[in-house]
Design a protein around this ligand. Structure first.
Ligand code: PMP
Length: 989
């Protein structure tokens, strides 16, 4: 068989390639040519089966070859974990080996690792998960490329959007008129409207070519490789995302939906700015247009799939697409919402009524998941029943969850109402509450539809254009309306329709505010949205009651899914606000010792010592509600509750502590205690126990070794002295040493001598009566007595921080310090004091209070308010009436006995300790070395959570299981915990 000229040249080239490969990289193997636009690529299979990629760059000195090698080298150094080609060094120890071809021209050769996977274009596993994986990869890639620079990257590249002007010229060569016009229009728009917005956006070197032949997927849908760095260029960073988005959208029914996981995942790791998100939609279109233009210039066939996806993209409503992309990037979907809402807020009475007559006698429809009066009936039936029971004007709420619609289908349905409904007789005229222009008129004849619709556009005097939507009108009443017509405030827009002309609904107005025109026809506008996308739709359709001015609760708080909550929480709060558990819980209700998650799952709460008398105790709730309904004000007026509470509290304390201050938290209590101590002693310095935590105020972070010695801490301040924890399990003096208490206190005496040697004066000693953050450590007998004597002898006062442990938790005593037989100078209270209502208290000796009353008043806006005092009184009543102290004592003993028995079976349990219902279980890998079992404890806590019990860890080594439940736990709850722990520890052992 004769070989053709082409074939023989290919064979010749392959032979040459084989020679070069052997010569440059010392590698022999089978070479298979691969497609490539710029370079010649070969798949090399060596005799041992190993594979690699051999690249021959075009003849001549090629700066782009240098660029690629430099970039791959940079990525190898800075992003070694990414699935990217890695360079082999060739002859001379360089990744780019120079040879001469037969024509005498220089050729640069490169050998890189082979990456396995299926190219995106052919991978059945492409989908949302793969798109997210691609987003993560590109985000990491771009983060490491941000610090990479190379002169060749600044050279123009045909695909770079920066050269859109040249591509617009090329687009004239596209043969098909419709395609030509589309590409030209997109490139024109890019040059005119998009490019100016890009000028200030971040620039860097990007890969720039995540097309469907360059992305490899593994069978699980993870990205296993990104190939072809030949299009690398220094340009706007957001182009990277646009190129990838253009790839991901191909073939999708909803191209924007396909892109969202990519953008979301990218932005978690490499956040983009609002303007970058704004231009993304146009950049994606531009990518398609550039591809079409270049195909025409190079006389290649027009890519059909590009045209198909471009057509689908161009059919998208631009405002909606932009809002969706902005949301995925973590920005407010419609940025104008802020100014529009704030403008409406300022108008006050400037809006006119939407229905004639007074809207005074309003009644809320008892509908929606949160009010659940639907009793399993379909929404329509529930609505009719609710309307029958209402006198006056019925109102349907914004944000109402008509989840009853969900009943029939598994797929998520649109159930969240983003309008306000006002029920009035058919024929009632609907008036324009503000001037505008008719933007749309429609008649939605679908069953359950809107019937007659009118949409007004408002622009004059407003910061941004916005729209108002009026649905369920009589279509006949709109017959002589025309779009574009100007409407004055108070003009009749139409009349409310009869059921048969408004989707069969009882006559009512559906009024909706619109910050963006996200639909092209009035009939397409939606009145309900997906719960999972609520943050998108509430931005497009905010609560319209600023315009309506209905004096009734028109807004329901939408119950968001935990994933959305987490995302939105990250956007508006600090990451320093930590969450419990690998998968955070969304708790929606509390009941006694149980917490109930949004999915209905009940959890036994074994760790919340704030809700001392049980979650949502009805008597506390009632006390708060009653007082809040009557009066809440500050302590500058006389009020019974303040005096009743302070008198009550002092009777529970030793008679010496006769003065009480009411504050808002444990931290505030400790801060005030510090001020009191300084005023009384004239000292400045503070003695604390190692690993202690006393609160979140600056003054308390300074005296909390747990914080100042922990992550992000700035070390011990000069005025703070840290004594060792009297730890009977791992400390210097252990269980069985009857003198341990006194011996640990000796350390304090030593420190006090050092202090006076430095001429420093002690103000206070802060100590918890059971060490919480120290690891639930019970103090040795005699410790506080000896410590307090030393402290007082040095002129300081003893402050007992009873924030964690008070109010009967210790079981045998109301206050845990009483078990040590001491009378403190100051006691600080918090957490359980209001059963979750924010209260704190400081009780002190009157002479200390006297020293503080120096003339400077003490005012606290909230501390001691009548509502807080009412909550505090209710807590004290309940502890007495429900006999919670002896109960805590009994349950605590039962639990500790059970845990001690567990220790016989589980070697991990090193120590069980506690008083009443303040218990610690210390886990160790070895009972001799006491090596802390911290990771084991974390796994146990997660596994126990999966069984429905909430626990937490404590201690310097995070190896102490903390148990401090509401005091109302039952014996069967204790059994549940003991059995679950037993089973989990056996399973994980
Ligand atoms: N003291 C101790 C011992 C605490 O455990 C805490 C809170 N964990 C505080 C003070 C501070 O209380 P709050 O968080 O109410 O300010």
């Amino acid at each position: 068989m004769m070989l053709g000229a082409e074939d023989s040249r290919a064979t010749e080239e392959a032979k040459e390639a084989e020679r070069w490969l052997a010569d440059a990289f010392g590698l022999r193997g089978k070479l298979e040519p691969l497609p490539g636009a710029h370079d010649r690529n070969f798949k090399v299979t060596a005799a041992d089966g190993s594979r690699s990629l051999f690249t021959i760059h075009p003849p001549g000195s090629d700066p782009r070859a240098e660029l690629q090698a430099a970039a791959l080298h940079h990525l190898e150094q800075h992003a070694p974990a990414l699935p990217l080609p890695r360079l082999f060094l060739g002859r001379g120890g360089t990744p780019l080996v120079v040879v001469r071809d037969t024509a005498g021209l220089e050729r640069r050769l490169r050998l890189t690792t082979w990456l396995d996977g299926t190219v995106w274009a052919e991978a059945p596993q492409r989908g949302p998960q793969a798109a997210a994986a691609l987003g993560r990869l590109l985000a990491r890639l771009d983060r490491s490329l941000a610090a990479f620079h190379h002169p060749a990257a600044t050279q123009p590249h045909a695909w770079d959007f920066a050269n859109a002007a040249a591509r617009r010229d090329d687009a004239a060569l596209i043969a098909a008129p419709e395609r030509r016009a589309a590409a030209q229009e997109i490139l024109h728009r890019f040059l005119l409207e998009v490019a100016p917005r890009l000028s200030n956006l971040p620039r860097q070197v990007i890969h720039g070519d995540a097309n469907d032949r360059n992305i490899l997927l593994d069978p699980a849908g993870e990205v296993s490789g990104l190939l072809d760095f030949g299009a690398m260029v220094e340009t706007w960073r957001v182009n990277e995302l646009a190129v990838a988005a253009a790839t991901v959208a191909i073939g999708a029914d909803d191209p924007i939906a396909a892109i969202l996981p990519l953008v979301e995942a990218y932005c978690v790791e490499n956040p983009i700015g609002a303007v970058e998100a704004d231009v993304l939609f146009d950049l994606i279109l531009t990518r398609y247009a550039v591809g079409m233009a270049l195909a025409a210039r190079q006389s290649r066939a027009q890519p059909e799939e590009t045209w198909a996806v471009l057509t689908a993209m161009r059919a998208q409503n631009r405002a909606l697409a932009t809002a969706r992309l902005r949301r995925a990037a973590g920005h407010e979907p419609v940025p104008e919402r802020r100014a529009i809402e704030n403008w409406i807020l300022k108008q006050g009475g400037g809006f006119g009524p939407v229905l004639p007559g007074s809207l005074e006698n309003l009644a809320l429809l008892p509908l929606g998941a949160d009010r659940d009066d639907t009793r399993g009936r379909p929404f329509r039936a529930a609505l009719h029943a609710a309307l029958a029971g209402i006198e006056g004007t019925a109102v349907g709420r914004y944000g109402e969850d008509r989840s009853i619609y969900d009943a029939q289908t598994g797929a998520e349905r649109r159930t969240i109402h983003h309008a306000i409904d006002i029920y009035a007789p058919a024929g009632t005229p609907v008036l324009a509450p503000l001037p505008g222009r008719i933007a749309m008129i429609g008649n939605d004849t679908s069953s359950d539809g809107f019937g007659g619709i009118i949409v007004l556009e408002h622009e004059a005097g407003t910061p941004h254009r916005f729209w108002t939507f009026y649905g369920h009108l009589a279509p006949g009443s709109l017959a002589d309306r025309t779009t574009g017509a100007v409407v004055a405030q108070g003009d009749a827009l139409g009349r409310l329709g009869l059921p048969e002309e408004n989707g069969n609904w009882p006559p009512h107005l559906h009024m909706q505010l619109m910050t963006a025109l996200c639909f092209d026809r009035a009939e397409a506008i939606i009145g309900l949205s997906l719960r999972s996308a609520w943050d998108l739709w509430e931005s497009i359709f905010p609560n319209p009651n600023g315009i309506l001015g209905l004096r009734i609760e028109t807004a329901a708080i939408v119950a968001r899914d935990p994933e959305s909550l987490l995302r939105l929480r990250r956007q508006t709060t600090s990451p320093a606000l930590t969450l419990s558990y690998d998968t955070p819980l969304k708790i929606v209700q509390g009941e006694g010792a149980y917490l109930i998650a949004q999915d209905g799952r009940r959890y036994l709460d074994m760790v919340n010592n704030v809700c001392q008398v049980g979650h949502a105790h009805p008597r506390v709730v009632e006390a708060i509600a009653q007082q809040a309904a009557r009066l809440n004000t500050n302590t500058r007026y006389l009020h019974d509750n303040l005096v009743e509470y302070t008198r009550r509290l002092t009777r529970l304390l030793p008679p010496e502590l006769s003065t009480v201050f009411l504050v808002n938290s444990g931290s505030e209590a400790n801060d005030l205690a510090l001020r009191l101590a300084k005023a009384h002693t004239g000292g400045t310095d503070v003695m604390v126990l190692d690993h202690a935590y006393h609160g979140n105020l600056s003054s308390l972070i300074e005296i909390s070794p747990r914080k100042f010695d922990g992550k992000g801490g700035t070390g011990r301040p000069r005025h703070v002295w840290v004594t060792e924890m009297p730890d009977l399990y791992r400390g210097r003096f252990r269980y069985g040493d009857a003198e341990a208490g006194a011996r640990y206190a000796e350390k304090i005496a030593t420190l006090l001598r050092d202090m006076s040697g430095l001429n420093r004066r002690l103000a206070a000693f802060f100590v918890e009566p059971i060490l919480g953050s120290g690891g639930q450590l019970v103090l040795p007998d005699g410790y506080l007595k000896a410590a307090c004597e030393e402290i007082r002898a040095a002129g300081g006062v003893c402050i007992i921080d009873e924030v964690q442990t008070g109010f009967g938790r210790a079981g045998s005593h109301f206050w845990a310090f009483e078990t040590q037989g001491v009378v403190p100078d100051i006691v600080t209270l918090g957490k359980p004091i209001g059963n979750g209502h924010p209260i704190g208290a400081v009780a002190c000796r009157p002479e200390i209070a006297a020293a503080f009353a120096s003339g400077m008043g003490y005012f606290n806006s909230f501390g001691g308010n009548p509502v807080s005092a009412a909550a505090g009184l209710a807590v004290l009543d309940i502890i007495r009436d429900e006999r919670l102290m002896p109960h805590a004592e009994a349950m605590g003993r039962y639990l500790r006995d059970g845990l001690t028995k567990l220790a016989e079976r589980h070697a991990l349990i090193g120590d069980v300790r506690g008083l009443g219902l303040f218990i610690g279980v210390e886990l160790v890998r070895d009972r001799e070395t006491l090596e802390p079992a911290d990771t084991e404890l974390k796994a146990i806590i997660e596994a126990v959570k999966a069984e429905g019990i909430l626990l937490s860890s404590e201690g310097p080594h995070r190896n102490v299981l903390k148990i401090k439940p509401p005091l109302v736990i039952a014996k069967r709850d204790c059994d549940f915990l003991l059995q679950t722990l037993d089973a989990v520890m056996a399973r994980l052992a």
